[in-house]
Ligand binder design. Sequence first.
Ligand SMILES: O=C(O)C(=O)C[C@H](O)[C@H](O)CO
Ligand SMILES: [Mg+2]
Length: 403
Amino acid sequence: MPVITAARTIVTCPGRNFVTLKIETDAGISGVGDATLNGRELAVDAYLAEHVIPCLIGRDAHRIEDIWQYLYRGAYWRRGPVTMTAIAAVDMALWDIKAKVAGLPLYQLLGGACREGVMVYGHANGETVDETVAQAADYVARGYKAVRLQTAVPGVKGTYGVSKDKMFYEPADAALPTETQWATEPYLRTAPQLFDAAREALGWDVHLLHDVHHRLTPIEAGRLGKDLEPYRLFWMEDAVAAENQAGFRLIRQHTTTPLAVGEVFNSIWDCKTLIEEQLIDYIRATVVHAGGITHLRRIAALADLYKVRTGCHGATDLSPVAMAAALHFDLSIPNFGIQEYMRHTPETDAVFPHAYSFADGMMHPGEAPGLGVDIDEDLAAQHPYSPACLPVARLPDGSMTDW
Ligand SMILES: O=C(O)C(=O)C[C@H](O)[C@H](O)CO
Ligand SMILES: [Mg+2]
């Protein structure tokens, strides 16, 4: 059995902040796990360093489930994004070690491939409907089978999802939260125009997705879902604040547009009602924020009973370590739906050399043993941590709303 001899976190900022956990064993084999919680990176770093790492030393690295239970139950204060991101990092690193010891890519240990590749969606965004549709066309030309479209709402400064840097959208942009605006009525008028233009230009052979980013009330979301029905979206994401799960019952009564939610969920308990009552179609809980591969497999198994498919979060704040873990998971589960894929910058890719690849709209984790991703610690050290927060949003009258 490989015994855990040391563990440490590496905080680096190759364009954006990432926290990586590295666990070492007496077998000379180490594993990596992503511990990045966007805008709150140092909270997880401290949680790992102060409360988790001391508990790992001397344990059998192969006992993944037992260590998961030990950390989850042992905290007494269960769940929450900081705790579950820390546990996720440990879990990913232990699966990495186990698969390296076996000499197999991780997906083989998870039951083997259920499909040839993982369908991903990219992000198209623009200041105008035309610019956004042109961006989407660019993604289609690059082989993408699915594209998320977000366009600026006229008169709304800093509309969610619209960025100057088209390829590497990163909302955590300042040491203190940037103030953006939100106005629901113009948004509800603009979104159907966007998808009308998109279908007109792109046709029907590409999946179109949209993220509402928690902005609407349930009845507004029902109206938007209904207005978008003619354009046959793959999904409408985060239509209401995810805490208000009863809101999804109301949305369901009004629209057949498929619903996705869950990027901010951190445990199966967040997903349970929505899945069991079949209030959603895609669960977006992700490997780094929902307790790692061990816990996400449990969520996917529950979802499979109700024909709910996965659509894991995959924004750039998930490091290449989490991206690799997600791809092994996606390849191995029966009820995979789609995987979000926002490309990392070349600086990030250099710090995290990886085996996964993209071709023709599909990704594959590769055949390297383990997760197939590493961290170049010398290079990481050249990019020191730089504080960056997610934005906040205000309504036209100045009151705070959900970002
Ligand atoms: O990728 C998405 O769907 C998002 O909503 C991106 C989030 O705003 C981002 O990951 C927050 O850290
Ligand atoms: Mg989202």
